[in-house]
Design a protein around this ligand. Structure first.
Ligand code: RP5
Length: 182
């Protein structure tokens, strides 16, 4: 069930660039599936530093409870956002072309002690899990959301088959060899 558009966002998704959207769209889709009101903004730490500061220092007063920040490369967006707000910030490393997201991951995860960023996996898995974690944080005070999270888990469990489907590249078992006449 998608979140009604007129509800105050509880989760803010920020991305450093339009090029991050194919990854972070999975966070937005997961929040929509859980009917969690959210917003998405392009906020670059180095290209729009004033926009980032304004976003982060007004976030709590605007009703946001969690920020998901996705960035690639030097990926300082999550850490810089966390420097301006004490809301929980979840960082999603976007898979970069040069280093396959290892640069993003190490940049986001290695926050020095004192200003935390909860770091997720590189790419789509991290985006989905950031949304699930944001929902879990909200669900500590929202039993209806907790029930929706449990239902999503149960659906996921029910969707796991007992046996694998054959894949086209699977090797065909060899024909049994008939014994040679003696
Ligand atoms: C970061 O630089 C963004 O988060 C993005 O992942 C990366 C590349 O940005 P573009 O050059 O594609 O705008 O700031």
């Amino acid at each position: 069930m998608p979140a009604p558009a007129d509800e105050t966002p509880l989760v803010g998704i920020i991305i450093g660039s339009q090029s991050d959207w194919p990854t972070l769209t999975h966070a937005a889709a997961t929040l929509a599936r859980l009917a969690v009101p959210h917003e998405v903004k392009i906020v670059s730490a180095h290209r729009t530093p004033d926009r980032l500061r304004d976003y982060a220092i007004t976030a709590r007063d605007r009703g946001l409870k969690v920020v998901i920040a996705g960035a690639g490369g030097a990926a300082h967006l999550p850490g810089m956002c966390a420097s301006w707000t004490s809301l929980p910030v979840l960082g999603v490393p976007v898979e970069s072309h040069a280093l396959n997201g290892m640069d993003s991951l190490l940049s986001i995860v290695q926050m020095p002690a004192g200003v935390p960023v909860g770091t997720l996996a590189i790419g789509r898995a991290g985006a989905v899990n950031a949304a699930l974690l944001a929902a879990a944080i909200l669900a500590t005070h929202d039993s209806a959301l907790a029930a929706r999270l449990d239902a999503l888990r149960a659906e996921q469990t029910a969707g796991v088959p007992q046996e694998p489907e054959p894949v086209p590249s699977e090797p065909v078992p060899p024909e049994p060899v008939s014994p040679l006449p003696s």
